[in-house]
Design a protein around this ligand. Sequence first.
Ligand SMILES: C[S@@+](CC[C@H](N)C(=O)[O-])C[C@H]1O[C@@H](n2cnc3c(N)ncnc32)[C@H](O)[C@@H]1O
Length: 262
Amino acid sequence: MKRLLIIGIGAGDPDHLTFQGAKAIAAADVFLLVDKGEAKDDLTRLRRDLIAAHGREPYRIVEARDPERDRTAPAYTAAVENWRSRRADIYESFVTDELADGQTGALLVWGDPGVYDSTLAALDEIDAEFEYDVIPGISSVSALTARHRVTLTRVGRPVHLTTGRRLAADGPTGDDVLVMLDAACSFAGTADDFHIYWGAYLGTPDEILISGPVTEVADRIRAVRAEARARKGWIMDTYLLRRTNCRPGPLRSPNGSLRDLS
Ligand SMILES: C[S@@+](CC[C@H](N)C(=O)[O-])C[C@H]1O[C@@H](n2cnc3c(N)ncnc32)[C@H](O)[C@@H]1O
């Protein structure tokens, strides 16, 4: 049987790699590196460095070019699904053409494979016989809260994990909202009782952290973000919006009754 390891490598700091991740890299015979183009060279470089540090010879690296996603398409979900299917074709060729029976292939996934990542969904589309395991990684969510020295959750309260696109469409859908994939600084219109913990290039030497009431720091974040993006050619940023001065609301218990947590 052919085997794949889907390894979460953390959000940018080589030290984010877990012992389990390092052992998984050491266990792989062939690595697939999907190149996202020159602008994101840094992301590929970290993967190569981790393979060089933890891979066990002899191993091979197979390279493939990431399919372009149509970012102008109005139907976002359809465009992502189309891109994911083309990614699935790359994974299928990798399993079929590059792995012999009994060999282990590895895909190094940014952050944690379970957080806004299409790899596992793409593997479902593959028409080939293989088994696979998933190794969790430190996501940008954990990196963000740790670097700001705040907790993701507040006692007994939910957190809403969402995208910038959804935040722009729906507004903050809770008192604690963690936002990823936001190219448009959608926090800008947020009400004045929200605090923002913002981080870009978390875990890397270029890391930038800004926090404060949204109304006070929104313009600064926008300016810093635009400057950094222009300088490096790409940016990845994540933020937590936290409503201040809010009382814990009622929670619905399994029997349907409401329980006040205040
Ligand atoms: C396709 S998602 C991948 C998320 C990844 N699987 C994770 O666990 O963090 C890409 C988004 O993750 C966030 N992100 C990933 N790495 C980051 C970093 N080092 N600093 C800030 N945000 C990051 C950004 O919101 C970016 O738009």
